[in-house]
Write a new protein. Sequence first.
Length: 262
Amino acid sequence: MDTQTLFGVKGKVVLVTGGAKGVGRMISEGYVTNGATVYISSRDAKACEKAVSELNALGKGKAYAIPADFYKEEDVKNLAEELARRESKLHVLVNNSGSNWGAPYDEYPSSAWSKVLTLNLHRVFDLTKLVTPLLEKAAAPNNPARIINIGSVDGIRVPALETFAYSASKAGLHHLSRVLANHLGRRNITSNTLACGPFESKMMAATLDAHREQIEAGVPLGRIGSPEDVAGACIFLSSRAGAYVNGATITVDGGSVVVAKL
């Protein structure tokens, strides 16, 4: 039960959606640094190639890019097919791609729901279903394949910001993950969620610029998340140490959802 055996991901094949920037980039680096082969996918092909170049310079694992626009169902199918051409099995799928939309309640557009729910929820199911055959080939009773869904504390609590579709989509993602845990657990594939708090990302940039002190004050640990925090949680769930965790929603938020308010 040494730590290398318990927490090792060396040699595993991992797909990280939205893996070129923000939280996805943090997760990708964690895997590559620990010897995994990581496929990064997002619609920004240049960002994917830049991230892959930086990750491969670490000289430990390997990184490859397969760009895809997750708003387009055909791109998702092409991603799954290209991955199957390159790899015979997939050990870990990290569903991280997501979008947000903030607007006052009385002005909140119907189009926001279509955009946010498509990316944050619908395409998660589509991609997961398409790569399930690859996950099954990597799965074993004591070492299952893993699905890690990147959710949000805003899918647990009621956020102060008017991000109606985002909050609902993440709550839906959390429950979809539990439903998948039941169905796919029988195929030796686990499904878990990380409900993330504030991290440095493009999605959070404007909010952090405007409210960083207030946000940090609302976290019991007094800071926003670091790359090690989210990468470490993913590595745990992907390793032998996390092999019996299935259907869980783990908050990675410094305790922000348990803050007591008078």
